[in-house]
Design a protein. Sequence first.
Length: 159
Amino acid sequence: MNSALDELKTRARVRLNRARREGVAGSLQLADCLHDAARAVGFAHWDHARCVLGGLSTAGDDLGDFWHAPGTGILLNHWFARHEDALAVLDADRAAYLLPYRRQCFIVQVPFIEALGLDPDDPHWGLLRHDLVAGLGTPAWQALAARRVRAPRETFASR
């Protein structure tokens, strides 16, 4: 069971059912609604969300911008092309968080996690050693992803 994917599927079904009920569905299909639900939270399309949130992706794959929020550019963070390079910085600052962004990763502090609509004190962060790249697809990662997908819509970039 994957509650992040289930949430996106529910949003897609609700949208389609509402459009049908209001008589404006036209040629709208569930696949269109799944695609839109995935794009709304930072993925290119439904299959992209399904692979990442389903734990089928690995470090180095395009992980979308699901773990990024608009307006956070003013917050200081460190960007890395490779996860291995970021680990030394993360190890030196155990209060930091390592997040994926597309094919890169970046290190942030508590205000960034709060801007994502997440609790920086959530115990799942500790289980992941604050590293969402290394923990990709694990139960702790899935729990944080489920919380992220339910974060306020304004914490996601509009597409």
